[in-house]
Design a protein around this ligand. Structure first.
Ligand code: UDX
Length: 443
């Protein structure tokens, strides 16, 4: 079985590398010549633990190859579409499918009837996209018969940045939306290595598979927003949100994961997918309040974090120096997309503060926030902390969990710490003499 993966981004590259690790011949295709040139030299454009080794090993063994030439799909059996589906700029929150349809158009010229190919959407696409792809291909290739000469499948991914390879090789489940037995057999064969590890493979119709992805992501985003809202209540009435989360999570109907309070969810998926699901409700005339409220709550939360800082510094931010630790949307990634830091940092600058910013993975983006002269980047975390009036822990990198707190206290101008990820223990911090504020404890 030979596989083509179109799109060498976060999802496409991990998918291509992992399938080649299964022992399949994989060709990873991208229109970005520079990216492909670098990939051929094992220069990986994304920070994903373990990906470099996987790509290197399988490129050397010739199981994985890179090209810009879409004609390479001609001798493959399965063609994955793994291009971006960003939110459209129209402002309605809908997913922009222009890259998906562009690829679909390119595929149509290179379909090979002999290989009875499967065209599989790996990208997160709104319900009904599979049907649209079938319609487009039928229009483009009237010489072929859908369901006999080629087939369309939905196979959404559930990869978390920073643990994408683990999530691919040891998934909770594989979801395949198919429209006939042939597609089901091919996908069963494809994922046999995972099935042998007892990963359940769920076969559904195409639309259900498309919805499972949005429903899962939006539910996780809602779960995070729920605990964030409980944190707000604890800060007013008492109680400790981590104890609340622990007590909730022991109920196996709820589970302990995704109940960590923070400054609001970010990344390239939760914000995009909640907006797209909300748009699907609106587009189909269904009044949705839940997902809409998750989106609004999450956006407001970022500003609420700024208000927390203002309260901590008695509303006197002008000229105050703040060490802002962590800008990425989560640890173990270099991705800043829709990170709450993109809202919090400019708002603190606007309030008159001077920001000394640090992030372990952020070296490649040192020019970020360059429009603000009040934002200075620091390669060393202690240079950021030195002589600051406040330290804000924004992203829970292990480097910050292991911070030398005695040294931190000594070099701070004022021993103020605002821990937006609750990485420290409140009583220990108070014992060390910090004015320590965290999330979800009575202020
Ligand atoms: C997410 C989904 O988890 C994954 O299944 C999907 O395929 C892609 O989107 P990702 O965006 O990479 O993965 O990261 P994730 O670990 O889910 O975190 C998303 C955001 O939620 C981050 O900003 C993180 O800080 C935040 N988060 C996560 C919390 O605030 N609290 C939590 O308990 C978990």
């Amino acid at each position: 079985m030979k596989i083509a993966v179109i799109g060498a981004g976060y999802v496409g590259l991990v998918t291509a590398a992992c399938f080649s690790e299964f022992g399949y011949k994989v060709v990873c295709i991208d229109s970005d010549k520079n990216k492909i040139k670098n990939l051929k030299k094992n220069i990986i454009p994304i920070y994903e633990p373990g990906l470099f080794d996987l790509v290197k090993k399988n490129t050397n063994s010739k199981y994985l190859e890179f090209t810009t030439d879409l004609k390479s799909i001609n001798d493959t059996n399965i063609i994955f579409i793994a291009v971006g589906t960003p939110t459209t700029r129209r402002g309605d929150g809908e997913a922009d499918l222009k890259y998906v349809f562009q690829v679909c158009n390119d595929i149509s010229f290179n379909l090979n009837k002999k290989n009875n190919q499967l065209i599989v959407t790996k990208s997160t696409v709104p319900i009904g996209t599979g049907a649209l792809i079938i319609k487009k291909l039928k229009n483009k290739r009237k010489d072929l018969v859908y369901g006999e000469d080629y087939h369309v499948v939905s196979n959404p991914e559930f990869l978390r940045e920073g643990s994408a390879i683990e999530d691919f090789l040891r998934p909770d489940r594989v979801v395949c939306g198919v429209s006939n037995e042939y597609s089901k057999n091919i996908m069963s064969k494809l994922y046999r290595p995972l099935n042998l590890r007892e990963a359940p493979i769920l076969f559904t119709d195409i639309e259900s598979a498309e919805l499972i992805k949005y429903a899962s992501n939006s539910f996780l985003a809602m779960k995070i927003s729920f605990i964030n809202e409980m944190a707000d209540l604890c800060e007013k009435v008492g109680g400790n949100v981590q104890q609340v989360a622990k007590g909730m999570g022991l109920d196996n109907r709820i589970g302990p994961k995704f109940l960590h309070p923070g400054p609001g969810f970010g990344g390239s998926c939760f914000p995009k997918d909640t907006r797209a699901l909300n748009a699907s409700f609106k587009k189909n005339g269904i009044k949705s309040t839940l997902i809409k409220s998750v989106i609004e709550f999450n956006e407001n939360r970022k500003i609420n974090m700024v208000n927390k800082v203002k309260r901590l510094l008695d509303y006197r931010l002008k000229g105050k120096t703040i060490a802002f630790l962590g800008v990425t949307f989560k640890p173990n990634t270099d991705d800043i997309r829709e990170s709450s830091s993109l809202v919090i940092i400019p708002a603190l600058v606007k309030a008159g503060a001077i920001l000394k910013v640090h992030d372990p993975a952020y070296t490649k983006y040192f020019n970020h926030f360059k429009e603000f002269k009040e934002v200075k980047w620091n390669r060393s975390v202690f240079n950021a902390i030195k002589d600051s009036d406040l330290v804000i822990i924004h992203t829970e990198w292990n480097e910050y969990r292991a911070l030398d707190l005695k040294k931190t206290k000594k070099i701070l101008k004022h021993p103020n710490i605002l821990d937006l990820r609750n990485i420290f223990n409140k009583s220990e911090m108070i014992k060390l003499g910090f004015n320590y504020k965290s999330i979800g404890n009575k202020e």
